[in-house]
Design a binder for this molecule. Structure first.
Ligand SMILES: Nc1nc2c(ncn2[C@@H]2O[C@H](COP(=O)(O)OP(=O)(O)OP(=O)(O)O)[C@@H](O)[C@H]2O)c(=O)[nH]1
Ligand SMILES: [Mg+2]
Length: 688
């Protein structure tokens, strides 16, 4: 039987790296009976970090979907990665869910990725709730964390629960809606035991209940009046007002607990069901072309938000039904390829494994294997409608490596595997280097590229070698020069003759290549002039310093000579190239390097060390400011100095630092460094 949209809750678990999302996902599934034992991230036994590379790194790489029931509702829960390298999956979960639970570390409070994802959720008008996790840790402080959340996300962040005790003595929570207390003595299922509100917590509970009621009363004038009159407001009325307030972001309820001890998770499940909207309550999806309503009676539209590359099962596509009903055996259209797709078995992830279902109604989630062409970003629909989901702002892949198969002849295997991984992860860039013909793989960070290489090996048996990220150096000139080029060959038969005089000079940065024709009086016939230009272009493809492309040069052809019988296009092309090469030698050629703008997020007490290290990398700090509990530092740094930076930053910041970078401009390499950089550029493979 399919689930009615009114009874569904679609929830993305999002937050900064390592705040306990996967542990919380596990505890929620366990508490709801979807798992028979509570696994742990440390042991690599959780339901959502299933890939060996997620377990060995103890971090989530891909979004994981599980569906289960709680209190007569169906919850579709998506555990997402917090690491900035895998942010695409968190952003796409925020695209397809009405609601998100932001998981926050009670020691750290608001962190950079929390803020970044909050912005994305706000843009998409997603209902948001917060779970303050890790109350058991040393220096955990729920109230300080609450203040940091309010400072970051505004006054409507409001606790609906406060903890009893703190750090290793945390024992339970007080529910501020009903003013009831629960204690959790062991980690089993159904471990909440109702207790008296302890005296030590009573005053705080009353203070925070008042703050909650102030927020709740703001949702409706009628409720506000009765609240001010001091009349009794029922549980149902409070919860109804909370949900209405939360639905479109006028209230952000905060609950708390300890994921690894299953403390407070039954309360979070209740809060998901009671305080977060169903697809019907949240409203249809408005796209430029159509508005899709969570209505089963209408035509089907389902959005594929995630593709998984499985070497055995092939592609598995995870989708959300936005309108209508998805049925197994249906014939549908992929609106991008305009091809028909036959839906085979519909799959639902249940925690313990998968089950097959016959149909999934509007608002619901599921998966399907073995489609022909369909992949993430596509719509499956009853009719061909040119419909598009708004694109996510994904970070640019700047960590580039050249990959080579370990075994000659494996090129196709490696390339096909890379394509499959790219379908799964839109932040992977694949292209050929136009200069060397090498296959380049670019990702967001060192870790990102390491994961790609691991997956090539573990999933597709493709072993590759990575060559260091190539710095795309360029060359240019600093002065002007003139030169004469003559190509002459007389070896019996018809000869080859071309002769030209050129001058070259620097042009505006970014101007590229310019060619000026100043030939007067037919010194070179018109028909041969394009050949000279072609020769000049060829010469500039490989500069005289180190063979890098030469940019921003103006070449003027001002004189020449020809031979009525022996001149040819080829001869003039070679003469042109010869002249330009010679002129380059005399025009003060210089090496240019790309300079990046790097944005770092680091703990405040590491700022000194990190900046010291940046200075040793020719970095120029551009300013810093506090961002949550971290400090954001911006700096300009030559790309060449950023090779291998990720592990260095990790060690300088005890694993907490992060950075992103983007291309700024080309700058001249200081003369004394040219030889050193060029030697490094022709270095060897760094990495297997
Ligand atoms: N003490 C304590 N440790 C926790 C708690 N929740 C999670 N942890 C630990 O914190 C670490 C990170 O937990 P994860 O669940 O992997 O965090 P995550 O948010 O999924 O991490 P990413 O997916 O990489 O962003 C693991 O070692 C967990 O065992 C908690 O409530 N208390
Ligand atoms: Mg995780």
């Amino acid at each position: 039987m399919r689930h009615q949209a009114e009874t569904i809750r679609n929830v993305a678990l999002v937050g900064h790296r390592g705040t306990g999302k996967t542990s919380l996902n596990e505890a929620l599934l366990f508490e709801a009976g979807a798992l028979t034992r509570l696994g742990s991230v440390v042991d690599g036994t959780t339901a959502s970090d299933v890939d060996p590379d997620e377990q060995s790194r103890q971090l989530s790489i891909s979004a994981a979907l599980t569906s289960f029931d709680w209190s007569g509702r169906k919850i579709n829960l998506i555990d997402t990665p917090g690491d900035p390298s895998f942010i695409a999956d968190a952003l796409c979960a925020l695209r397809v869910c009405e609601a998100a639970v932001f998981v926050v570390n009670a020691v750290m409070g608001t962190e950079v990725t929390t803020t970044r994802l909050w912005k994305a959720a706000a843009e998409r008008d997603i209902a948001r709730m917060l779970f303050v996790n890790m109350l058991d840790r040393e220096r955990a402080d729920f109230f300080r964390t609450l203040e940091s959340l309010k400072a970051a996300f505004g006054p409507h962040v409001v606790a609906t629960e406060i903890p009893i005790g703190g750090e290793h003595e945390v024992s339970g929570v007080v529910d501020l809606v009903d003013m009831r207390a629960y204690s959790y003595t062991q980690a089993g299922r159904g471990n909440a035991v109702e207790v008296e509100i302890p005296d030590a917590a009573r005053a705080r509970a009353e203070e925070y209940r008042e703050k909650l009621m102030d927020e709740v009363a703001e949702v409706s004038d009628e409720l506000m009046e009765r609240y001010l009159e001091g009349s009794e407001i029922t549980h149902a009325e409070i919860v109804d007002a909370l949900r209405r307030g939360t639905n479109h972001g006028s209230i952000f309820p905060v609950v708390c607990g300890v994921a690894t001890r299953n403390l407070g998770t039954n309360r979070l499940l209740d809060a998901i069901v009671e305080d977060l909207p169903s697809p019907v309550e949240h409203g249809g999806l408005q796209l430029p072309e159509v508005t899709l309503e969570p209505d089963e009676a209408r035509e089907l539209f389902a959005y594929v938000f995630k593709t998984r590359a499985d070497p055995y099962a092939g592609r598995i596509n995870l989708f959300r039904v936005y309108q209508g009903v998805m049925r197994h055996d249906a014939q549908l259209l992929n609106t991008r390829t305009h091809q028909k797709e036959r839906i085979g078995q519909l799959v639902v992830f249940t925690g313990k494994g998968t089950t097959h279902v016959d149909e999934l109604g509007a608002g619901d989630f599921g998966a399907v294997a073995k489609l022909k062409e369909t992949r993430a970003g596509d719509w499956l629909a009853a009719r061909d409608e040119p419909i598009r989901m708004p694109a996510d702002q994904l970070p640019a892949p700047v960590m580039a490596f050249a990959v080579e198969p370990r075994t000659k002849g494996d090129e196709d295997k490696v390339f096909t595997a890379l394509r499959r991984l790219q379908e799964e992860d839109p932040t992977i860039d694949l292209h050929r280097d136009p200069q060397t013909g090498e296959q380049i793989v670019a990702g967001l960070s060192q870790i990102h590229v390491e994961v790609i290489v691991d997956r090539l090996r573990s999933r597709f048996g493709a072993e590759v070698t990575l060559k260091p990220p190539r710095v795309p150096y360029q060359e240019t000139i600093r002065s002007s020069a003139k030169a004469h080029g003559r190509h002459k060959k007389q070896s019996g038969g018809r000869g080859q003759f071309g002769d030209c005089h050129v001058s070259i000079e620097p042009s505006e940065p970014g101007a590229g290549f310019e060619f000026v024709d100043r030939i007067k009086g037919g010194a070179i016939p018109r028909s041969f002039i394009p050949a000279v230009e072609k020769g000049a272009r060829d010469a500039l493809e490989h500069g005289v310093l180190a063979g890098y492309p030469v940019k921003d040069v103006r070449v003027t052809l001002f004189d020449g000579a020809f031979h009525a019988v022996d001149s040819s296009e080829l001869a003039f092309k070679l003469a042109g190239a010869l002249a330009v090469k010679q002129a380059l030698e005399q025009a003060d050629p210089v090496l240019l390097e790309p300079v990046m703008l790097v944005t770092l997020s680091i703990p405040e007490d590491t700022v000194g060390d990190v900046i010291g290290d940046l200075n040793s990398r020719r970095g120029r700090p551009q300013g810093m400011e506090p961002a949550g509990t971290m400090t954001e530092v911006k700096a300009e740094i030559p790309m060449a100095e950023l090779l291998g930076y990720a592990p260095e930053l990790r060690s300088l910041t005890g694993g907490q630092g992060d950075y992103t970078m983007e291309f700024l401009r080309y700058e001249e390499v200081p003369g004394h460094l040219v030889q050193k950089l060029l030697a490094a550029a022709s270095g060897e493979a760094v990495h297997a």
